[in-house]
Design a protein around this ligand. Structure first.
Ligand SMILES: [Zn+2]
Length: 85
């Protein structure tokens, strides 16, 4: 698992993500709503979206969703192996 991603107990879609440039900073990411507490999200992504423009998610949201997709793929593969055994 990506060491920058820290799960939050009891909150399956929310994670803390350690900043690459400032390791003492932890961003709060919600994978369900694609929201993040970082500056990029607050000052670029969110304002653009409220104007109806599309802007790519910040790296933290992308990292968390990538992490969840990997977990999902592993889960599906595990289920498929169980069925074929
Ligand atoms: Zn972010």
């Amino acid at each position: 698992m990506n060491p920058q991603i820290i799960p939050i107990e009891g909150e399956p879609w929310r994670f803390r993500v350690r900043s690459r440039s400032r390791p003492e900073v932890l961003h709060l990411v919600d994978a369900e709503t694609c929201e993040c507490s970082c500056e990029t999200h607050q000052f670029r992504v969110e304002p653009a979206r409220s104007r109806g423009e599309w802007l790519e998610d910040c790296p933290h949201v992308r990292m968390v969703r990538d992490h969840l997709l990997n977990k999902f793929i592993a889960l599906v593969n595990r289920e498929r192996r169980k069925k074929s055994a």
